[in-house]
Design a protein around this ligand. Structure first.
Ligand SMILES: Cc1ncc(C[n+]2csc(CCOP(=O)(O)OP(=O)(O)O)c2C)c(N)n1
Ligand SMILES: [Mg+2]
Length: 322
């Protein structure tokens, strides 16, 4: 897939925003300022951004409990997200959803989701609606390796094949479901193979390589847009932090995360790749780094200073009128 200079800069900017958003949240959560449970996405940036590079604002994604990266990659407002996570008015969902319930329909982000395996049925439902409305739109669900063992996911995959709807099932295989290793919990050890058994094509790619993710997703998106039905994508990737903030990670080797940060860093990969191919200069990428650090600093300061939701806000967004 050929990307313009502008697209490459945007992809790097979004990956860097995700990384720094999460690194900063890790620090701020440690200070006890942020309510609720937070699952950080650091390490997985190339998956979210490489996938969403192929989507328009009109295409829809459904996310997971580890959703910050998906939100940023799909174009959610970063300052609004930070306020949301701090539980403040002015947050994308009025400060009432928090980390695990960020949604922004204006950019096609149908929501993070605390239910493991909850995304695929929603994506298939949205895809059926899309087809009934005669729209050219792709719907895509993100899920982890743990979600591939859920019955909801099997049902959604089967229905998508039978009804040939324009949807894509993305599995980010980061090697763990909470504290349980993929090798232990997933019989066959092959998520893409399971998907093929349902009757759809499935591609495995290196989730730390933005370009591999982008190319694999392009194939699935083209197929969906041509009306040929669903596909599955399985990306091998790693998470830099624990399952949830506060997880002591006793189940990981002593140097596991240190080694992953050294050998499996999608931002470093991207910098090397584009500078060696003379697509972007390292100096330009450094400038983007600085812009991103300023954005994150401002986001945290504004979130801290923002007021909490008003008591009246308790009574809004409870029911929806159709
Ligand atoms: C239906 C359901 N079962 C169990 C849980 C508890 N739970 C939350 S996250 C998680 C692990 C998910 O692992 P994975 O799908 O690999 O995603 P990752 O956390 O690695 O991103 C579990 C079991 C839940 N939220 N929903
Ligand atoms: Mg996992």
């Amino acid at each position: 897939m050929q990307l313009s200079r502008e697209q490459l800069e945007q992809a790097y900017r979004r990956m860097k925003i995700i990384r720094e958003f999460e690194e900063r949240l890790h620090v701020e959560i440690g200070k006890g300022e942020i309510p609720g449970f937070t699952h950080l996405y650091a390490g997985q940036e190339a998956c979210a951004v490489g996938v969403c590079e192929n989507l328009t604002d009109d295409d829809l994604i459904v996310s997971t409990h580890r959703g910050h990266g998906h939100c940023i990659a799909k174009g959610c407002d970063v300052k609004g997200m930070m306020k949301e996570i701090y539980g403040k008015a002015g947050g994308i969902c009025g400060g009432k959803g928090g980390s695990m319930h960020i949604a922004d329909l204006d950019v096609g982000m149908l929501g993070a989701n605390g239910i493991v395996g909850g995304g695929p049925p929603l994506a298939v439902g949205a895809a059926i609606a899309t087809r009934n409305q005669g729209k050219d739109r792709v719907t895509l669900s993100f899920g982890g390796d743990g979600s591939c063992n859920q019955g909801t996911v099997f049902e959604a995959m089967n229905l998508a094949v039978v009804l040939k709807v324009p949807t894509i099932f993305v599995f980010e295989n980061n090697g763990y479901s909470e504290h349980t290793a993929f090798e232990y919990a997933v019989g066959s050890g092959d998520i893409a193979g399971r998907a093929e058994a349902f009757g759809m094509p499935a591609i495995k790619a290196d989730g730390a390589d933005f370009f591999s993710v982008c190319d694999a997703t392009q194939q699935a998106v083209e197929r969906a847009r041509k009306g040929e039905g669903p596909s599955t994508l399985e990306f091998a990737i790693c998470r830099y932090y624990g399952h949830v903030e506060g997880d002591p990670q006793n189940y990981r080797g002593p140097d596991e995360v240190k080694n992953l940060r050294e050998t499996m860093d999608c931002l470093k990969n991207f910098r090397t790749r584009v500078s060696e191919a003379k697509l972007l200069e390292l100096g330009r990428l450094d400038e983007i780094d600085e812009e991103v650090m300023t954005l994150i600093e401002e986001s945290v300061n504004e979130a801290r200073e923002a007021p909490p939701p008003s008591p009246e806000a308790l009574y809004t967004d409870v029911y929806n009128a159709y």
